[in-house]
Design a protein around this ligand. Sequence first.
Ligand code: SF4
Length: 654
Amino acid sequence: MNGDYRDVFNADGPLARVLPGYLYRPEQAAMAKAVGAALARLEPLIVEAGTGTGKTFAYLVPALLSGRSVIISTGTRTLQDQLFRRDVPLLAGALGLPVKIALLKGRTNYLCRHRMELASSQGSLLGGERGVTRTLARVVRWAATTQAGDLSELTDLPEQSSVWPQITSTRENCLGSECPQFSRCHVFEARRNAQAADIVVVNHHLLLADLALKDEGFGDLLPGAQAVILDEAHQVPDIAAQFFGRVWSVRQVQLLMRDIPAELTNAGVRSTAVAQAVIDVESKLEELRHGLQRGQGRYDWASLPDAFLDVLPELETALGAIATQLEGLGAGAGLANCGRRAGALANSLAALAEMSDDTGLRWVDASTAGLVLQYTPFEIAERLREYVESRPCAWVFTSATLAIGEDFSHFSARIGLPEARTLRIGSPFDYPTQARIFLPPRMPQPQDPAFAARFIEVCAPLLEANGGRAFLLYTSYRGLGEGVRALQARFPNPPFPVLVQGEAPREALLNRFRELGNAVLLATGSFWEGVDVKGEALSIVAIDKLPFASPDDPLLKARLEGIRRRGGNPFFEYQLPQAVLALKQGVGRLIRDFEDFGVIVIGDPRLKTKVYGRVFLEALPPSPVISDAGAAAAFLAAHQARLRPALARASQAP
Ligand code: SF4
C-alpha cells in the first residue's frame, strides 16, 4: 500500500466498490496521506478539512491500515454510533481487514446492577414519584436479558428520568472490586472489551473526563493507544475546560442522601444519628437554594449573596458529620463508600470556597437540573500539552473549522500545541458557482430595536422567490424570539411551513424540515453546527448577526480575564477568532454536496463597516459577495430552473 493511499481512494478502488456514487477527491487523499504520516511518526497533527472533503474516511483509512491501536473521539454520541455501526465496519470490510472495534460510552450509559438492586429494595423510597416503581420493574426485567447493559437499548427510558441516576454509577459511588456484582459489571466489561479492541470509538466528554479524572470506565485504555483521532476537534478546548476545573453539584449530594438510607437497609443497620444528619444536610440544601435569590442562569461567584455563601461552610460541616458517623458504623462496602463520598463532597466544597481567583473563575450554574458550583481554569493549554507529550502517541485534531484563513494559531494555542504540524484542506465544492454571499444594504446596527424586522424584510423576497427552503440562524434566543415575531408580522399566512427551534427535539425538527422540502426553520445555538441537509430543501442560510459570544457569560469572562492577565488582547486573541469560526460553522450548513446551491445572507452591517469585518469575509467560502437582492433572487431562480426538468423527470419515474 502506498503512503498516499491512492489504491484505496482511486475511482476503481475498494471504496468505490462499497460506496454508491463514490467520487475520487484529491482533497480526501491528501488528508489521508497527512494523517498516515502523523500515525507513522507518532506526531500531533491539526487538520482543517473543508466541507465535502470526506474527512471521516480520510482518517479512518490510515487508522485502519496503520495496524496501530487507535482511539477515535467524536463530538456527539450520534456520530459515535455512526462510526461504530456504519463507517468503521464498512471500511474494514472494504479493505478486508479483520479489525476489532469497540464502542465505549461514559458510565452513566451502562446499567449498574448494584445500584439497581439497591433501588429495587428501596421501592418505598422512590414510590412518591409517579410511575417510578413501574419503570424500575421494567429495568429489572430488561436487566435479566441484556448482554451489554447499554441503557440505549431501553429506547423509551428518557435521559431526564429520575430512575436513571438510581440505576447507573458514578466514579464516586462505584464500589469497584468490592462490589458484589463486580464479576457481572457492565461498566467493567465494556472497559475490558475496549482494551482488547484495535479501534475504540469514544466521545470527547468521555475522553476528556478520563484524562482529567483518570476514571470514567476508560482510564486504562489510553496508555495502550498509539493514536488518538479527535473529530469535531473545535469543541475540544471548551469541553476540556469543564473537566480540568472543579464541579460540585447539589444533585450529587441529593443522590448520596438517597443512597444512605438504602445502604443502611441493605446492611440491616438502624441509626437515628445518621438519619438526623441526612435531614440536616437536606435542610442546608434547601437554605442554599433559597439563598441564591434568583432564577435560572450563570452567576459569577463575586455576585453571589451572603445568604448563599454563608450556607456553604455549614453544608460542609454537615457533610463532614455524616462522613464521621458512617465511618464509625463500620458496616459494609456500600456504607463505607457513602462515608467516603460525604467526606469527598465536604472537601471539594471547602476547596472550591478557597480556590484562587487568580487562576480561574468560580461561578454557579442554576438550571432545571439543579445548582452546580464550578471552578473553570483560565488556561487549559498546559494540561492538554502535558497529556499529549506524556506518551508516544499520535494525536490528530480535525474539524471543518479550526483555522482563520491559513492561520491555526488560535486553535493550536488553545490546545497547548503551538508547534504542531498543521494542514488546511480546501473544500472540493465549487463555491464560486454554487453559492452567493448576500450582504443586504442599509442594515441598522445589531443593537438597534429595528434590526429584527429589517432582517426579515430583506430576507422576505428571497424566501418568497425560493418557496421557503431556508434556515434563519440567530445568535441568541432573544434574537430568535424577535425574529419569530417579525416573520409572523411579515407573513401572517406564510406561503411556506415555518418551524421554530423548541417546538420539537432537534433531530425531530430537522427530519421534519427534510420531509417538508420547502420549510423555513428559525433556530439558534446547536443548529449552527453538525446539521446536514443536502439538496434543494435548503438553499438559503440567513444569519442575523456576527456570532460574538455573550459578554455576560462567566465562562467567557474567565477566558478573557486569563488572556488579559498574561498581557494579551482578549478581543483579537479570543473573541474575534471564535466568532469567525462560529460564522464558518453556520455558513457551512448551506453547501453540503456537489449539486447543492444557494445564497448565504449575513445581516450584520459590521462586516462592511468595521475593520475586523475583513477577517470574517476572508474566512468565508470563495463565493461572489453581492449586495443586490435582485441578483440574489435571480441566482436562486436560475438554479431552480436548471433543476426543474431533472425534478420533473424524477417525479415521473415509475
Ligand atoms: S462495580 Fe460499580 S458499576 Fe459495577 S455494578 Fe458494582 S457499583 Fe455498579
